[in-house]
Unconditional design. Structure first.
Length: 362
């Protein structure tokens, strides 16, 4: 009998340990866009706090891109979605009133963003904070570095000297032109304001110890220029606030000097037009983060690689647009600053069919 009770006790301890481990893993789970999955909030010590983000079960109806399907389409049906996106993109690129926001030259900055897979004749333009880590894994597998996306170490993906992903800028001019004219080309977009929130959380709140320059160099520079009370050392010590970040992003002229100082670190918040030059480069597909469950398999099939590699599994709910989150982050931002921010990213909203954020301005 004693052995029986000892066995039951041991089983109980095992169950408790398993429950603790599962909670720990859940707590540690972080999505590819720099946000914790379970809706946990991140903040720096002493940072200005806002009310908790409303629970996703009570979210307001979220605006979606104009091509959002009412029913789950088949892979074949998705070609029509892609065609509509390309037609909209072409139309907006011809809109003269948006030209300053949508047209950029195919500079080295753009070519640095485009990764090459010569084996399968694919070009992928990197748009940070839109799940690029997973697409890099796909390309690494295609280039022969690993046989499966799940085998690739996370620290290798962003090590561009070791991950085996050449950039288009590393090639000769005639080689670049040939690939731009003949390869399958794609990139992914996301609601522009939600992407900015993700960039702010990832670079200035959650993860500065792995990229200390965001906390120690970039944040103080923005605070000094854009926080009205920056002379208060205690406020500066609390870290960058979202309203500081928005003020910096919306300052058309004033931020140029800072951007030169920050270098390529600005890729996490510059516009899609500046990153990928979609009005100058004819992309085969522009995927949307909000419909990634349909876009990922379609892109693999359209590129002819669906039998060679699989896209990593997508955590449930992670691609859903969250208007409540956007409203939460912008709740302390003045209407003038929001208008200036929208003026900068207006081209991205129009090029890819995202509705204007009127709910922030009403």
């Amino acid at each position: 009998m004693r052995h029986h009770w000892l066995l039951l006790g041991a089983c109980g301890w095992v169950l408790l340990i398993l429950m603790f481990v599962s909670k720990f893993i859940s707590y540690r789970a972080v999505d590819d866009y720099g946000e914790r999955l379970a809706g946990q909030s991140w903040t720096l010590p002493g940072a200005k706090l806002n009310p908790p983000i409303p629970d996703s079960s009570q979210e307001k109806a979220a605006p979606q891109p104009s091509d959002q399907p009412s029913e789950a389409p088949t892979l074949t049906d998705w070609q029509a979605v892609t065609d509509r996106r390309n037609e909209l993109l072409s139309s907006m690129c011809k809109n003269s009133s948006l030209r300053n926001l949508t047209h950029v030259s195919i500079s080295k900055f753009v070519l640095d963003r485009i990764f090459v897979c010569d084996k399968q004749k694919i070009l992928f333009c990197q748009t940070p904070k839109v799940g690029n880590t997973q697409w890099k894994k796909v390309l690494i597998v295609l280039n022969g570095g690993y046989s499966d996306v799940n085998e690739i170490p996370e620290n290798l993906v962003h090590d561009h000297e070791k991950n085996g992903l050449p950039r288009l800028s590393s090639l000769k001019p005639q080689e670049i032109t040939h690939r731009l004219n003949t390869y399958f080309k794609f990139f992914i977009v996301r609601d522009p304001f939600e992407r900015l929130i993700s960039a702010f959380k990832d670079k200035f709140v959650k993860n500065p110890r792995f990229e200390p320059w965001y906390k120690h160099d970039i944040a103080p520079a923005i605070i000094r220029k854009y926080r009205k009370s920056h002379r208060d050392s205690s406020l500066s010590a609390s870290g960058l606030h979202f309203d500081d970040f928005v003020r910096y992003l919306g300052d058309v002229e004033g931020r140029r000097r800072l951007d030169r100082q920050f270098g390529e670190h600005i890729i996490h918040w510059v516009t899609y037009a500046e990153l990928c030059a979609p009005c100058e480069i004819h992309y085969s597909v522009v995927g949307h983060h909000e419909t990634l469950e349909q876009d990922a398999p379609y892109i693999l099939k359209a590129a002819g690689i669906d039998k060679l590699v699989s896209y990593p599994s997508i955590p449930p709910g992670i691609t859903h647009y969250n208007q409540s989150k956007v409203e939460h982050y912008f709740s302390t931002i003045g209407k003038r600053d929001i208008r200036r921010l929208f003026a900068r990213y207006q081209g991205d909203f129009h090029l890819f069919g995202y509705p204007s954020p009127d709910f922030l301005l009403d």
